[in-house]
Design a protein. Structure first.
Length: 335
């Protein structure tokens, strides 16, 4: 008999965190859960730690580093439950986390996937993500990031889910073919959310499903690698997934957003990775547009339906709130 839920935990050099992550999963009140760890060629003994300390966990090891998207797909293919959850290795899930997500999907047949309330591990009263938004400017982001957690207590529909702590119906993942592995990491979940939206699926935020996150624990908070992939993959999502009427309608806004982002990176002295990301996006444009053709051909949602769930005012808000100034994580701010 298949388990009720498969939880996929991709890990790479996450030994300082994987014990807490898997211990928290062992404390879940939901019965009949399958936990799958996909080790993306770690060099710090993460795989050995899982084998030694958690013999009940299914461990899959990749011989060479494939990236977060590929590691997720490996776990998804091995999953046997009707619901598949993804969880970062540097997280600790509340005991009710899995039960709340499964309960929501059980009771809401129209929901295809759900986002958790993800808070900073060092400051659990501060939000990391309460679902993801996608703005008309072609910019994705975390809803509620750095805001007070108690402000997000109401379930609601959101554009998408951060793969750091999300649940999906297995048939949705199969229909979409999982994550686009060309993303490697960063915004692979944005792309999946957008493609799910194009196929008519909806995403919902479940505030009672709480996860504490060491933000940037494995990759590094705003590391050069993260900045590069965020820059490149932002263009991948916009060019692949935005319906043609919206692509043309909001292209000028997309250019404005890129200008604001460049200015922000330049003022922080980190324009190099951002510019390399844009360069490599341009070099990949033929392949990206080839994928776009198939994605848009299969879309069931109308451009107007997509337009209704896009966020307005990102550029104005970025200027008004001073996003050109450096913002610190709660951990760096001291709480």
């Amino acid at each position: 008999m298949s388990p009720r839920l498969s939880i996929v935990v991709p890990t790479r050099n996450g030994r300082p965190y994987i014990k807490d992550c898997l211990s928290a999963l062992g404390d879940q009140v939901l019965d009949d859960v399958e936990v799958i760890v996909v080790d993306d060629a770690s060099s710090d003994g993460s795989a050995d730690a899982v084998l030694d300390l958690f013999p009940g966990v299914k461990l899959l090891t990749l011989r060479t580093q494939q990236g977060f998207a590929s590691a997720c797909n490996t776990g998804i293919r091995a999953a046997t439950a009707g619901y598949v959850a993804l969880l970062n290795n540097d997280t600790a899930a509340d005991p009710l986390w899995a039960a709340r997500l499964v309960e929501f999907l059980d009771n809401n047949s129209g929901a295809g996937f759900c986002a958790s309330r993800v808070v900073f591990h060092s400051a659990p009263d501060v939000v990391d993500s309460c679902g993801d938004f996608y703005a008309v400017e072609g910019v994705a982001g975390k809803i509620g990031h750095l805001e007070t957690a108690r402000s997000f207590d109401t379930p609601c529909e959101v554009f998408g889910a951060s793969a750091s702590a999300a649940i999906y119906r297995r048939e949705l993942l199969q229909e979409l073919g999982g994550f686009d592995e060309d993303f490697y990491l960063v915004h692979e979940d944005t792309d999946l959310s957008f493609r799910a939206r194009l196929m008519g699926h909806t995403c919902h935020f479940v505030p009672s499903a709480i996860v504490r996150h060491h933000v940037g624990g494995t990759l590094g908070y705003r590391s050069p690698a993260a900045e590069y992939h965020a820059s490149r993959n932002q263009e991948f999502v916009f060019l692949k997934d935005m319906p043609a009427p919206l692509l043309f309608r909001y292209f000028a806004w997309h250019l404005l957003a890129n200008g604001l982002q460049f200015a922000a990176h330049a003022t922080r002295g980190r324009a190099g990775p951002w510019l390399r990301g844009k360069r490599d996006a341009l070099l990949s444009v033929t392949e990206v547009l080839g994928k776009r053709t198939e994605i848009q051909r299969m879309a069931r949602a109308s451009p107007d339906a997509i337009d209704r769930v896009l966020m307005r005012g990102w550029s104005a808000d970025a200027i008004r709130r001073g996003k050109l100034r450096r913002r610190r994580s709660p951990a760096r701010a001291g709480g």
